[in-house]
Design a protein around this ligand. Sequence first.
Ligand code: PGA
Ligand code: ZN
Length: 458
Amino acid sequence: MEQPPRQNRNVTNIMQIERVLAREVLDSRGRPTVEVEVTFGGHAGRSIVPSGASTGQFEAWELRDTTDHWYDGTSVRTAVKHVNEILGPAILGLNAVDQQAIDQRLIELDGTPNKSRLGANAVLGVSLATAHAAAAGQRVRLDQHLHQVWRDVTRIQTGQEAAPPSIPLPMVNMISGGLHAGGNLDFQDFLAIPVGAPTYRVALEWIVRIYRHLGKLLNKAGFEGTLVGDEGGYGPHVTSPHAAAEFVVRAIEAAGLQPGSDVCLGLDVASTHFYENGRYRLIASGGQELTSSQMVDLLDDLVAKFPIISIEDGIADADWDGWRLLTDRLRTKVQLIGDDLFVTNHQRLREGIEKDVANSVLVKVNQIGTISETMQTIRLALDNNYWPVISARSGETEDATIADLAVATGAGQIKIGSVARSERLAKYNQLLRLEEYLGEQGNYQGGKIFEHRLKRTN
Ligand code: PGA
Ligand code: ZN
C-alpha cells in the first residue's frame, strides 16, 4: 500500500476528490487538447490545457498521438486515457485543497523528469482542474484559493510571508511574426507595454486604442491591417524589425499617448526558431546570417532607436555564450526574458541565475506541468530579482486560469497575446473582474516594477 501524501500544515479543509474525468476538446487553432473535470460533494472544477507553437526543446512533454489519423496525428486521446485510467483513479479520495500534495502525487505517477510517460498535458489538466474544484468547494474565487497555495509555497521555500495579490502589468502583442504568422517577420512579437497607466483598466483602454490605430496605419501604408496571427496581433509583411517597431511607435502617438513614458515597446524575438548551426538566420529581412555578437548588436541598435523596455528570447536556448553577451550589453536598460531558455523549469532558471544571465523569466504552466512547480519557479525568480512574466501560449482556450495565477502570486506582469480573439480576451476580461473584486485598483504596480532598476535614455 502506498502512503497517503503528506498533508500541508496550513490545509484545514478536507475535500476528498470523488471523480476525475478528461475529454478531448479543441484549442484556438482548432487543435485537440485536454480538458479535465474534478468533482467532489457536488462541486466541480474544470480546466483546459494550452499548447505552444514556438516550443522550446527543454519543455515538458506534450503527448500527441502522432500516428493516429484522428485529427491528422495531433490527437490527445492517449493523454485523455492517462487521466481517466491512471492519474484520476490515483488521486481519488485525496484532498483537493492540498494542491501541493496532489501535484506531488501526479509527478510521482509520471516518474520522468519531463513528464514524458503520461504527458505533461495529462498531468497539467488534472493539476489545474483540481485548483478550480478546491476553489468551488471552499466557496472562494480561484485567485483566492491560488493565493493560499502561493502562501504555502512561499512559506515552505523562504520561511517568509507572501506579498498580497496584485493585478499584473499587461504586455500586449501588436504585431505578430515568426511561427505565429506564417514567417512574415523573423521576430515573433512586437508588444506594447503601458508602463505609465495608473490602473489595469486604463492600461487596457490605452492598448485597445493603440491596436485600432495600428490597424488603420498599416492599412493606409498598404500593409495588412486586418489579418491577425495566432495571438491576435496583426500579421503584416513589413519584413524588418525596425519597420514593425516604427509602426507600433506611430500607433502609440496616433492614440494620443507618449512613447517611452506612457507606453514602451517589448519584443519576443523567439530567436531559437531561426538559430541554426551557430548562426541567426534572418529570412524575412533578407537572408542575413548573424553571429551571436551581431545578433546582440542588432538588438542593441533597436533599443537605441525605440523605447524598448523588454526583450524575450533575444538569443537562442542553446546559446549560453550569446546570452552572456546580451546580458552584459543590455541588462541595465532592458528586461531580458528567458522563455525557451528557462521553460518555467526551476533547475534551468537556477542555472541561469548561477550563470548570471537574463533578468526575467517567462512562466507558462504547460512548460512544466503542475501549478506547484510553476509557483516554485515564480518564487525562485522573485527571490533572485528576476521579473516573472506569466504567459499564455499561442494555442489557447476560453480557460482563464493564468489570469488568476498572475494575480494570486503577485508576479507583476502578464503576456496573453493581443486584444483580439476571445481566447485572449477571456484572460483580459478576468483581470478586469479581479481588479474590481480586489478593490483599491487591485494593488496594481504597473510600470513601477521597473523603477530604480532600469535606466533608459530615450
Ligand atoms: P508559443 O508562443 O506559445 O507558440 O511558444 C508564445 C511565446 O513564445 O512566448
Ligand atoms: Zn516566447
